[in-house]
Design a binder for this molecule. Structure first.
Ligand SMILES: [Zn+2]
Length: 274
């Protein structure tokens, strides 16, 4: 079957593999959806974004080889984005026998109560703390961290540029005015944790932070940014119960943009962007 062949090829050139589509605390602790982050292959350069819990399991199960990684990028220090950063660094450097790759993370993930262990930092080629408005290059990949998100801890989304495509990834944040201006691109990846926006009262009742996007935010952002394709991921429990693929179909209708709900293990090929 075609699906089987795809799995066996590991990480095809110009693709994104979803090592998980779950987000926020109840998804992480239940693993109803996996939470391993995103594995990119852009022009043959492989790198990992937001290695959440289970990343090493999801990657090896899907025959992705961590020794092929040139970088690990962490958008922020929350567990669902960074819990497996240490084991993935260990794997990228072949258990420390091969100095390889770069680590990118916000300063607050590297300094006080760091999420990246210090002995592992010596095994990579570089460790960079990211800042708003900066850009970074490794191999043939260039990416920028255009703006600091509103998410409690220091958090950045990414704009990846190749000679063919621009891919924007809006990781965890609450909506703020002008967010859409920073993330133009052919492909828009959106972390949509909530079905509906949470009010402060609702949030207090369940002790839940409200610094996440909801479906109405996604609709607004997709209409404003107008990518060729938008992919929703990082679903919270309510979003999952409402069937993300149905939400994506409604958003496609409302926005006129093709909206996909990512599935665990899905490989999205950039060739689909045309
Ligand atoms: Zn977060």
């Amino acid at each position: 079957m075609a699906e089987k062949q795809v799995k066996e090829t590991g990480s095809p050139i110009d693709s994104i593999t979803f090592l998980g589509t779950g987000g926020a605390r109840f998804m992480i602790i239940s693993q109803l959806l996996a939470t391993g982050g995103l594995w990119f292959n852009l022009g043959g350069t492989e790198f990992l974004v937001d290695p959440g819990p289970g990343c090493i399991v999801q990657a090896t199960k899907r025959k992705l080889n961590p020794e092929h990684l040139s970088a690990i990028i962490v958008s922020h220090r929350h567990l669902d984005h960074a819990a497996d950063v240490n084991i993935m660094t260990e794997a990228m450097t072949r258990g420390g026998f091969k100095k390889q790759g770069c680590l990118y993370a916000p300063a607050d993930a590297l300094n006080d109560e760091p999420v990246v262990l210090s002995f592992l930092r010596k095994r990579v080629e570089c460790v960079e703390s990211m800042e708003a408005g900066k850009s970074y290059t490794f191999n043939s990949v260039n990416f920028s961290t255009p703006v600091r998100h509103k998410h409690g801890v220091e958090t950045y989304g990414f704009v990846f540029k190749t000679d063919k495509h621009t891919i924007s990834y809006i990781t965890d944040t609450r909506y703020f005015e002008g967010l859409e201006d920073f993330y133009h691109g052919d492909l828009l990846l959106l972390n949509v944790v909530f079905l509906e926006p949470k009010t402060l009262v609702e949030a207090a009742e369940v002790n839940m932070p409200i610094d996440h996007l909801s479906v109405p935010d996604a609709e607004y952002l997709i209409k404003a940014i107008r990518p060729k394709v938008a992919i929703l991921t990082h679903f919270g429990m309510g979003m999952w119960r409402a069937k993300p693929w149905e939400t994506a179909a409604k958003l496609t209708e409302k926005t006129g943009t093709r909206v996909i709900a990512a599935r665990d293990g899905q490989k999205f090929r950039l060739a689909e962007l045309g």
